[in-house]
Design a protein around this ligand. Structure first.
Ligand code: DGT
Ligand code: CA
Ligand code: CA
Ligand code: ZN
Length: 575
């Protein structure tokens, strides 16, 4: 059995014993042993063979016997018994913010709570508020926690994770014993949703850093706290893992804990093919370990160009890096402007002038306005008269800007259920560009929805398709649609497809961006901003584009303002 799995089993046993209220020292022994296994100086199998397991601090005699049994037979009766006698729902309660083993044991003893369902019933009836050591506030918190866990499966949006991690990683970096620290895991890869936060640091005294970490004000519950690793639950229920390594190990650990798991496995294979072993601490060969100062050194040691974290999904990035064919990924500074922004003419909160000023402050040279169309009554959709009034105001603002900034007249035009558009062609002709989006009849069968979007993408006045699947991350699946058919139609008509950078949407997703690129469909990164702050969401759109292998040339809004003015004029044709 793999060492990591053995460590996991011991940790799980420690947790189950805690939930039963066993002697804390006994529980600790399991967690310490699990921790020690993760930091072994050598391969477990050779340490067992040489009888050196006893030398490892944190592994006592009884624990040694258990580890040897697991390593050699793959089973441990004590583990199976514990699992059988621990209700499976009980461990899940640890995911609720503010509930540690002690509280869970009290709930089980006093109210026979053994699952999330039991917990909800008790909290809703007010029984928890009456328990000693709980109270009404805790009960309300528990109800919130249940809602969160059920809604998200425990995952959170990338934007949420970024907000949470920033102050924590800053605090870690400020600690005087820290040499360097980085965010790893799915957050460093800029995945659209995040399971837990992973932070890595290097230090000569990791224990002191971890002691400070578990006392941070953001921490609600300490799940595990050892000499080189701690896991905590933050006040809003999210788990955060912090690991410390020696500085010489940092590049290897950074690479390993950035993942993805699939990428790591492929990298380890590549190392093995060269007679090297790669793990979270080192890259080693016959003649000892190869020292690396940075991740780039690690890649170079395997004859690879440095692979950006966003590409590390074992989706061809290692082959591309070996062949010197990695894309030069688009960056935020490549964006010269953006489209699909709302103002207070429809359901936005800022005025045209305010949005323009905010865009300029963010280094953009053009901004495409796109208030809702007339059918979108729920969102203050614009009548044709209001559209013409808005054009006049945009013309006046453009006169005041000069050549370095430009507002484009646009609309987020509803795609009606039959695929026709919400304004007549002669009105559409007056816009500089048109975003066409679905905002109604989400339940259409897949073939009908596909025909609807294909028809819109083929319309000569449509510049781009907005949020093409309509999904809301962690809240609502997208409507059923054949995206490949949409991409093909967009390619044929020269229509663009949007990456909606709103962190709730991130739609088109990264794998389909890559497909669109292959089919020659340019992508446009739009914030769908409904307020000034929404413009900052462009960073999340860039994350999706990078995960989709896009280069500046694949992204429409990387061209300069004067080129864009001409480009849109040509697309619109003479009228
Ligand atoms: P998440 O937290 O679900 O959003 O996704 P990650 O990728 O952050 O996953 P996490 O937190 O479980 O682990 C962080 C990284 O550690 C992961 O991306 C790759 C590495 N890792 C974790 N478990 C394994 C494993 O069993 N094998 C290998 N090769 N790598 C692993
Ligand atoms: Ca993670
Ligand atoms: Ca983790
Ligand atoms: Zn929309």
């Amino acid at each position: 059995m793999e060492t990591a799995r053995i460590a996991q089993i011991l940790a799980e046993m420690g947790t189950m014993l805690e939930l039963r209220g066993e002697n804390p020292f006994r529980c600790r022994a399991y967690h310490n042993a699990a921790q020690a296994l993760q930091n072994l100086p050598d391969e477990l199998s050779s340490m067992i063979a040489e009888g050196r397991l006893g030398e490892v601090p944190g592994i006592g005699q009884t624990m040694q016997a258990k580890i040897v049994q697991l390593a050699t037979t793959g089973t441990l009766p004590a583990y199976d018994e514990l699992r059988q006698s621990t209700p499976p729902g009980l461990v899940a309660l640890l995911r609720i913010p503010g509930l540690g083993p002690k509280k869970i044991k009290a709930l089980r003893d006093e109210l026979a709570i053994e699952s999330l369902a039991d917990l909800r019933t008790a909290a809703e009836s007010g029984a928890i508020a009456k328990l000693r050591g709980f109270g009404a506030k805790t009960e309300a918190k528990i109800l919130e926690g249940i809602a969160f866990v059920e809604k998200s499966g425990g995952r959170i949006l990338l934007s949420h994770a970024v907000r949470l991690v920033q102050p924590i990683v800053a605090a870690v970096r400020e600690h005087r014993n820290v040499i360097r620290a980085e965010v790893c895991g799915s957050l460093r890869r800029r995945a659209e949703t995040i399971g837990d936060l992973d932070i890595l640091f290097s230090s000569k005294q990791p224990a002191a850093v971890l002691d400070a970490f578990v006392k941070l004000p953001q921490v609600a519950t300490v799940l595990a706290h050892g000499p080189t690793k701690a896991s905590v639950r933050l006040a809003d229920g999210v788990q955060c893992d912090l690991r410390g390594v020696e500085d010489a190990q940092f590049p290897f650990a950074l690479h390993y804990f950035t993942g993805s798991k699939a990428h790591n496995i492929a990298m380890r294979k590549r190392a093995l093919a060269r007679g090297l072993t790669l793990n979270e601490y080192a890259l080693a060969g016959e003649k000892g370990s190869i020292s690396c100062r940075t991740e780039a050194d690690l890649f170079a040691a395997l004859d690879l160009a440095e692979i950006p974290p966003e590409l590390r999904e074992d989706a061809g990035e290692i082959e591309a890096a070996a062949a010197g064919q990695l894309p030069k990924l688009v960056e935020r500074d490549d964006l010269k402007g953006t489209f699909h922004c709302h103002t207070d003419w429809s359901d936005g909160s800022a005025t045209l002038a305010e949005m323009a000023a905010a865009a300029r402050e963010r280094g953009l040279h053009y901004l495409g306005i796109a208030d809702h169309s007339r059918s979108a009554g729920y969102a203050g959709g614009l009548s044709i008269e209001r559209v013409r009034a808005q054009w006049a105001e945009i013309d006046a603002l453009n006169d005041s800007f000069g050549p370095s900034f430009h507002l484009f007249k646009g609309t987020e035009c509803d795609i009606l259920p039959d695929g026709s558009l919400d304004y007549p062609d002669e009105v559409l002709d007056g816009f500089d560009y048109v975003v066409a989006s679905v905002h109604s009849s989400f339940q259409l069968p897949r073939d009908q929805m596909t025909r609807r979007l294909v028809r819109a993408a083929s319309h000569p006045r449509v510049t781009m398709i907005g949020h093409p699947t309509g999904r809301l991350l962690l809240a609502r699946d997208g409507y059923a649609v054949d995206l490949d058919a949409l991409i093909a139609a967009a390619a044929a008509a020269g229509t663009l497809i949007e990456i909606n950078a709103n962190p709730h949407r991130l739609d088109l997703d990264a794998p389909h961006c890559r497909r669109a690129k292959e089919k020659g469909v340019p992508i446009v990164i739009n914030p769908d901003a409904h307020a000034i702050a929404g413009l900052d969401d462009l960073d999340y759109g860039i994350a999706v584009a990078r995960r989709g292998w896009l280069e500046p040339g694949d992204v429409f809004n990387t061209v300069a303002v004067q080129t864009m003015i001409q480009h849109l004029r040509q697309r619109a044709g003479p009228h």
